[in-house]
Write a protein that binds this ligand. Structure first.
Ligand code: SAM
Length: 419
């Protein structure tokens, strides 16, 4: 069975990545076998799986996918670090933006893809410290394993607020919800179609299985479902005058338009905060980015070998925020604002919070805490780290004028004219 990982071992060695060993290796073999089975491979034949299905399998397949198998993925020992996992500054700043408006949305927060539960815990702590009355905190999570982990973290860290938490795997379609909805680094973790422009049209990437080996191929013709999911993107590129040069390799998020639609439909009134790494279309499809934005992360090492360690490494792609604005508006949302993460966090006063904490740490002679705080600040704000690469986009539905006036976060910089 171990020969199933021969290509992975060689590729990992060439990238100077650690080889899988022990239980991780057994898990890697189990995922590879399940993947090959689901490709229904027979000796000698070639079986194709659309890349978006491969990504779905690698990330979310029950018990096997990267987010669904209980792997340790979110911090220094894992594969990547998200803003809430670094410390409390991100959540505290988000609380500052949400607090004045929460009452207008029935004190209800909905968080998509809560990962290790850090944002939920830190946000509730920060809102409670500001005297906010949170009636309900709903977490929508696809991965049952992560859901379980979030439930444990909430029980441990917020025993007195535990009762306000509700977990679901999708939003109810009832058109009556009043809520502040948050999705931090969720759009990048949705399955993506990868394509290459050939003769003026996108050819989609597939994973091919041949004799128990996987490879990538752009040759597959589109299935009817793929054509259906591609159609809104063709309309978007055309309506927004986005030229996709011949030979360009890039990606699009086939389920994102439907996801935005579903959220808009379940809301009677609300705000939707989207935070993710990405850029506006004019930068997203730049000739310098001919290879696209798709990226893999394993033990904090970024590379482009999508077939390496299926289910054991993170797969993601940058967000085209012009597309998010296009599909959000098409769904019926109003675009309230878009800006960089650094501009958003500083607009809501994060640096005042940092200065206050720093003074206290110096008075208490807690030098290592001060060092950690400054490191966190740097990572959240520096242009080369998350400050510029990450954007914050806010949509609204049926927001009254007085609530509109309370919305902070876009006063330092607002870039919707660049979309
Ligand atoms: C990169 S992690 C981000 C985790 C967390 N938001 C954070 O900031 O630390 C992506 C998360 O999104 C979840 N996810 C992806 N697509 C989703 C969807 N359509 N609905 C709900 N959760 C989703 C994953 O299961 C995972 O929890």
């Amino acid at each position: 069975m171990t020969e199933l990982l021969t290509w992975d071992d060689q590729t990992a060695q060439s990238l100077q990545l650690p080889l899988l060993s022990g239980a991780a290796r057994e898990h890697g073999i189990e995922v590879k076998m399940a993947l090959l089975n689901s490709l229904q491979q027979q000796p000698g034949s070639q079986i194709y799986m659309p890349f978006e299905d491969y990504m779905q399998f690698c990330l979310y397949q029950t018990g096997l996918g990267y987010y669904s198998s209980g792997l340790h993925i979110f911090d220094e020992d894992g594969d990547f670090i998200t803003s809430p996992s670094m410390g409390k500054l991100f959540a505290t700043s988000l609380a500052e933006a949400i607090a004045p408006t929460l009452i207008a949305f029935d004190g209800h927060i909905v968080e998509f893809g809560a990962g290790n539960g850090a944002l939920a815990v830190e946000l509730v702590e920060a809102l409670v410290a500001r005297g906010c009355d949170i009636k309900q905190y709903t977490i929508i999570e696809l991965s049952p394993t992560l859901m379980q982990r979030q439930q444990q973290v909430v029980a441990e860290k917020l025993p007195t607020q535990q009762a306000m938490f509700v977990w679901q795997d999708s939003l109810p379609v009832d058109n009556e919800l009043s809520a502040v909805v948050i999705a931090n680094e969720v759009l990048d973790a949705m399955p993506h179609c990868r394509f290459k422009m050939v003769d003026g049209a996108p050819k989609l990437l597939s994973v091919v299985a041949r004799d128990k080996q996987l490879s990538l191929d752009f040759c597959k013709t589109l299935s009817s479902q793929q054509s259906e999911l591609l159609a809104p993107w063709l309309t978007y590129w055309q309506e927004d005058n986005i030229a996709l040069p011949e030979g360009l390799e890039s990606e699009y998020s086939p389920y994102m338009p439907g996801w935005l639609n579903a959220i808009e439909q379940s809301l009677d009134t609300g705000m939707l905060f989207l935070v993710d790494y990405g850029s506006v279309a004019r930068e997203f499809y730049l000739p310098q980015r001919l290879g696209g934005t798709f990226i893999c992360h394993y033990k904090h090492f970024a590379h482009e070998q999508a077939l390496l360690y299926p289910g054991m490494q993170d797969l993601s792609a940058s967000v085209d925020f012009t597309a998010v604005a296009h599909f959000g508006l098409a769904a019926g949302f109003e675009l309230v604002g878009v800006t960089t993460q650094a501009a958003f966090l500083t607009s809501v006063g994060m640096l005042d919070d940092v200065a206050k904490q720093q003074r206290q740490q110096q008075m208490d002679n807690k030098l290592s805490d001060e060092y950690r705080l400054l490191q966190e600040t740097k990572r959240l704000l520096m242009p080369g780290e998350m400050g510029e690469r990450f954007k914050v986009m806010l949509f609204g539905k049926n927001i009254s004028d007085d609530i509109y006036e309370q919305i902070s976060g876009f006063s330092h910089q607002e870039i919707s004219d660049q979309l």
